[in-house]
Design a protein around this ligand. Sequence first.
Ligand code: CA
Ligand code: CA
Ligand code: CA
Length: 398
Amino acid sequence: MTTHTHKKTIIAALLMLLTCACVSACLRVSADELYQLPQMSEEYMKLQEQINAVLSSGAEYSSLTSGPYRQAVQLYDLDSDGVNEVIAFFSVPSEGALKVYIFKNIDGDYAVAAIIEGMGSAFESVRYIDMDGDGVLEVVVGWQMGAALKLMEIYSIKDYHSVLLAWSEYSNVTVFDLNDNGNYDVIVLRLPTEEAGAFAEVLMMMPDGEIIKAETRLSNGVESISRVLAGRLTDGVPAVFVDSEGRFDDGGAVAMVTDILVYRNGSFENISITGSGGISEDTLRTRMLQCSDINDNGIISVPVPRLLKAQSETNYYAIDWYAFSSDGNSSLSQLSRTARFTYTPEGEPFCISTAFSISATDDSCGALSVVFSAPSFSPLLIASTLWCCTRRSVSSYS
Ligand SMILES: [Ca+2]
Ligand SMILES: [Ca+2]
Ligand SMILES: [Ca+2]
């Protein structure tokens, strides 16, 4: 390990301690532990000095409530020079403000390089992504404005001048390279309001720094977003898969639907909405089963339960996993030989079915191994297999 790497490791370790300083349990770090790192203590103390200056102005550490990075002090190499910047999140109660301080390490000393300021009750999330490929990461901050209102802002910190590039209200924010050009894009989802239905918006950064936005609708009836997954379609096109719960028919029962969003030929489209109802009908299901890359090939599949014929009063279902192409057509996914049974929240087993032979191992039932083989594959065969599986799982799930 080089001295440099070692130093970085020690800084990381110290910063973790620092981040924990607002948590009482971490105050018990003994002085001896710190004194074991004499080489780094000076650098660490310089950073601490900078942070203390912010704290003494009435600021408090503010950790984030959601997203991939939640600590009040974070390390990230924002300018791709191989040295991590320190990003610290504060609330300033006296001003009703939230502030993000970016400290840059310059020859072992720390200086405030940029400050991002916003309003709100808390930091919801932050992401560091390069949206234009210049090596300087853009900072995507989610501000919690009220109980239901969240505001996403994209900041450029090029040359350490923080510049607000774009903003959008959101329920969910996802970052993904939707147009396959090597740069991250931001995808924002919004739940319906009295004025408008649920919709999605993509924000992309042009080489000149301008952000372009495009919108597309989510299925009519969406009430809440269950999960968002990014992956590919069968023809290799990148797509965002939005699993939502809502009421999609007059009966009013809660169901799940997957909206599949792609960006092609300069437009943002929901390719799974078919027909006049404005609903992604091919993905509609009464069971709350989420999309998955079920066979680890990068292509996301949608689980659609199918009622099986069975000699039982209980309804049993097979799950057909459908993958989609960018023209909206679906096909059964080929499953790998390690495909597993999936359980509903009620503990009811669902078999995975496919037109191809698979071997499924149900870990929670022990070493039960079930082989469905084409061409003898049939719904009845799966039903009888399910019986076996169900009996095995009765002790665990009833
Ligand atoms: Ca850096
Ligand atoms: Ca950039
Ligand atoms: Ca992109």
